[in-house]
Design a protein around this ligand. Structure first.
Ligand code: COA
Length: 183
């Protein structure tokens, strides 16, 4: 799977036809993969969110990266408080297993950062990933994120507290970007 014949990766809002795929990415251990399996959750949750607001609110959202017409997975973001009057975005992403390892997730994360800086005023986009998730660490580095440090004992998953590695991009890191925010 590559970007050649089908064009480039683009981000678009979630469609009703994506909901089974999103459900598998978050509620099926094999599809979620080693670092994204957190146990079963309410299977109607994503469908209800989609019916409520299309998964796009002022506090966060979800988009589907596509290659041509083909959905590849999802990117998401949520608002995180950084001070009494300030916030940043925290982002996450999961690709379908067959889409991993072709640079598509890196391009989707790069585009999500541009999109968030273009359409909101926040100054910082951060992402943390479990220590050991080398693919996501490398992908964030390639997408322009800077490694900021270790969050010890940050996340409980599969019977253990896990360290995370924190990455972020601030607006000034992208000074040479074209600023279109087109995803
Ligand atoms: C993490 C993820 C989003 C990255 O997107 P991607 O399109 O697969 O990433 P890319 O193909 O651009 O690059 C991955 C990089 O990691 C490297 N990599 C992949 N697996 C690796 C491993 N096990 N050890 C070390 N490096 C690895 C690749 O070599 C590549 O680096 P390179 O371009 O320098 O060779 C995607 O793989 C995914 O969805 N994984 C499962 C879910 C997940 O872990 N999400 C992140 C949660 S925080």
């Amino acid at each position: 799977m590559d970007g050649g014949a089908d064009g480039a990766v683009t981000l678009r809002p979630v469609r009703e036809s994506d909901l089974d795929l999103l459900e598998a990415l978050t509620n099926d251990p094999d599809t979620a993969g080693e670092y994204q399996w957190f146990g079963w959750h309410d299977p109607g949750y994503l469908r209800r969110r989609w019916h409520d607001n299309g998964m796009l609110t002022t506090d966060g959202g979800m988009l589907v990266p596509t290659l041509g017409e083909r959905p590849l997975g999802m990117v998401s973001w949520h608002r995180t408080r950084t001070g009494p009057h300030t916030y940043c975005w925290n982002i996450g992403m999961v690709l379908l297993p067959e889409a991993r390892g072709h640079g598509l997730g890196t391009e989707a994360q790069r585009q999500l950062v541009r999109y968030l800086f273009a359409h909101t005023q926040f100054n910082r986009v951060e992402a943390s990933t479990e220590a050991g998730n080398r693919a996501e660490e490398r992908s964030l580095q390639k997408a322009g994120f800077t490694r900021e440090g270790i969050l010890r004992g940050f996340d409980f998953r599969d019977g253990q507290w896990r360290d995370h590695v924190l990455y972020a991009v601030v607006r000034s890191d992208l000074a040479s970007d074209d600023g279109t925010g087109r995803a």
